[in-house]
Design a protein around this ligand. Sequence first.
Ligand code: PBG
Length: 325
Amino acid sequence: MRKDAFSRRMMRQTKLSVDDLIQPLFIHEGEPEKQPIPSMPGIFRWGLNALAEPCKRCHALGIPAVVLFPSTPSAAKSADAKQAWHPNGLVQRAIKAVKHAAPDLGVITDVALDPYTSHGQDGLCDARGYVENDRTVAALVKQAMSHVEAGADVVAPSDMMDGRVRAIRDAFEKNGYPNARILAYSAKYASTFYAPFRQAVGSASNLGGGDKRSYQMDPANADEALRETALDLAEGADMVMVKPGAINLDIVWRVKQAFGMPTFAYQVSGEYAMLKAAAEHGWLDERQAVLETLTCFKRAGCDGILTYYAAQVAEWLRESECAEI
Ligand code: PBG
């Protein structure tokens, strides 16, 4: 069966499609409107006057949705992170800009406080710097509400606080947004592979030597991922996510087998940076390495993948409709 392309095609089980791809987009207050990110070659911070460009590209390629990540100036950061729910904040304005540029493109927003805290943590800290769960959840609800009020279709809490999915779901139900969807980062590991992202959004220097191990998961644990996912689903999550992706495909598999729910994985910034760096050195064929990787995400059980390569992959898939990856 492996001898010829036709018979390989006949028995191929997994086929990556544009429907599987979600494009993360970095945004900032602008100048320049399209600013390269050194830790992530080929990826940009978009100003709101230029944001239509990647949105129209994604829409034209058939990508279902984008996720917005703000890089905020230090003036927007404080101990109480109150810019996170400002009705006219960067994300809130960006949501409207995306909807204006491409009305059918799904808009997903990140719910976490790290772009807005002076210490770079995802939550609010006590005097000793410990991230306090319940006070943070109250802030996340305000942030999530401000996103749906601005027009977001899906909120994606990436903060790993306990109980935030139920609190956000209750707020949506009570305040007239019963159809707003929740994509929960259910199994999010405390990972060194987020480093290029933290450079991209400018939270790395705020975080300093700090880490997120008091709320993100220990990469050594697997059963905990299932407990976290079960809680988020019981609290009303519509979709769940595992992150980082490639190193945790065993977790994707277990989550998909255990719950049979829409399951996503995030090919994070460090994964992108590794592939990009090897490709730039000529050590890997970028197209083949990326398509093989994402096909294996899907084989593990992913219903969708957040990847900085989304638009590029959509283009590759168009070029080679039935060719082998
Ligand atoms: C912040 C957040 C992070 C990522 C998505 N949302 C970083 C972190 O938790 O420190 C990482 C994404 C990536 O590395 O591509 N809540």
